[in-house]
Design a protein around this ligand. Structure first.
Ligand code: AMP
Length: 463
């Protein structure tokens, strides 16, 4: 979980990168950074910080970045902990010139590569896996950066959407399976690369197209040029279906699919598979809203806002030790008694991870007078951890890894609980043959075939 953004050839590149990162903020709230280039002094200049985009950059910081090209990154810690030393984009000087790099995804074999490089004397400054790319790029020998990117990519396994900037161009890459999204746009003759179309929309850039799985797109003063990663020409694309379920913004279009429409269809499909005898459909805002609309439409039940989401919850708050129950969830969500009182409620959310939120929501709905609470989830049970960049807890913490649906229902104290089926999810995502998307978090079918040697999995399974 991270967002990447790049803009090539625009007089206000750093400011637009800042805005682009704003529109990708949902992909990572822990830290943000921008590297600017194309300055009069020919330097790459970087500004990074912890926290939200709006807190990391002041107007003066953006003015000091300057330049006509920029790449940016918002970080949601997956591999490598939470220190600032992890913050991207990286900005380094190699024997072949300055490079800046932003990465979204997780590499499955980062540790092996890192160990091998360290044995040869490489010094890493961050614990995460993204820096592996920086080293591989610095060591690659081909004269063209595109070929050095290919050389580096041929050595890694896993999920990587990359933006690499050098003196004379910017490169966008998606791994052969295309786990994470990347789109290409145009703005006043310059080019934009971004994780999601929401970033293009905000800065008024026009979508050209999605970067394809296994594609390297280079942009420079000559325009856009496309090449393939050669090491896996026939790899079956497996984009992350959880991006459509939860992670991406509903106003984005990724994997050539409208996120909003996919979520509505998930809700419609859910209503067909898991109907409920109830009076109203209530979404868990914001993540459950499109699916709840679809559920209401397909079931003929009225859609009602029974839970209000506060948009002013800060990042830190003081929690009273005991006196107020479900305090954390109450800060974020408030029940609307006038809607809920005496009603049989279908409550729709996109996923259950640990189960603690759902349990509190059920209690909150009952506390506000709901007569019955029927929980409906617009994805299958989340049973397996993700190794490709979605931050999921270890198997032991995933409630569906150890409990049956009936046991989960009991834990969250709902009157009934129903999940969308795997085939229903693929159908709603426009993939009826179940061949376009990675669904490993639901099925355990890890598509790179490398996870079994990963130390993290060994630890998770207790082997
Ligand atoms: P939990 O209490 O752990 O079951 O949380 C479930 C809620 O977390 C749901 O409302 C989801 O929308 C949301 N969610 C799902 N996946 C993630 C994730 N990887 N990181 C943060 N929140 C998530």
């Amino acid at each position: 979980m991270c967002g990447v953004f790049g803009i090539w050839s625009h007089p206000e590149a750093a400011k637009l990168a800042y805005l682009g990162l704003h529109a990708l903020q949902h992909r990572g709230q822990e830290a943000a950074g921008i590297v600017a280039a194309g300055r009069e002094d020919a330097r790459f200049v970087r500004h990074l910080g912890r926290g939200l985009v709006a807190d990391v950059f002041t107007e003066d910081d953006l003015a000091a970045l300057g330049g006509t090209h920029a790449i940016g990154h918002v970080r949601y810690s997956t591999a490598g902990g939470t220190g600032t030393e992890n913050t991207q984009p990286f900005s380094v000087m190699t024997s072949k010139g300055a490079l800046a790099l932003a990465h979204n995804g997780n590499l499955v074999n980062a540790k092996e590569i890192r160990d091998a490089l360290e044995r040869e004397g490489a010094i890493f400054s961050t614990p995460g896996d993204s820096e592996v790319f920086v080293h591989l790029l610095a060591r690659a020998r081909a004269p063209r950066l595109v070929d050095r990117v290919r050389e580096a990519a041929a050595q890694v396994v896993g999920a990587y959407t990359l933006i690499v900037m050098h003196d004379s161009g910017m490169i966008g890459v998606r791994d052969p399976q295309g786990f994470r999204p990347l789109v290409l746009g145009e703005l006043n003759g310059g080019y934009v690369l971004a994780s999601e179309t929401s970033a293009l929309e905000l800065i008024g850039a026009k979508l050209i197209r999605e970067v394809k799985p296994g594609e390297i797109v280079s942009v420079d003063q000559h325009g856009v040029h496309s090449e393939r990663l050669v090491h896996a020409p026939d790899a079956q694309p497996r984009s992350c279906i959880f991006e459509l379920v939860y992670f991406a913004r509903p106003d984005s279009s990724i994997f050539d699919t409208s996120v909003y429409e996919a979520r509505v269809k998930m809700g419609q499909q859910l209503a067909t598979e898991q109907p409920a005898d109830a009076d109203i459909v209530v979404p868990v805002p914001d993540s459950g809203v499109p699916a709840a609309l679809g559920f209401a439409e397909a079931s003929g039940l009225p859609f009602r806002h029974g839970l209000l989401r506060s948009h002013y919850v800060g990042r830190t708050f003081i929690e009273p030790e005991q006196s107020i129950r479900h305090f954390g969830v109450k800060l974020k969500l408030g029940p609307i008694r006038a809607v809920l009182e005496g009603k049989r409620v279908v409550v729709v959310d996109d996923s259950i991870v640990r189960g603690t939120t759902s349990r509190k929501i059920v209690a909150m709905l009952r506390g506000a007078g709901a007569k019955e609470v029927h929980m409906r989830i617009s994805s299958p049970p989340s049973r397996y951890p993700c190794f490709y960049g979605i931050d999921t807890p270890t198997r032991a913490e995933l409630i569906a890894a150890t409990k049956s649906v009936e046991e989960i229902r009991e834990f969250i104290t709902a009157d009934s609980l129903g999940y969308l089926s795997e085939s229903g999810l693929h159908l709603a995502a426009g993939d009826p043959d179940e061949e376009r998307f990675c669904n490993a978090c639901f099925t355990g079918r890890y598509t790179t075939g490398r996870e079994l040697i990963e130390p993290r999995l060994v630890q998770i399974d207790g082997r």
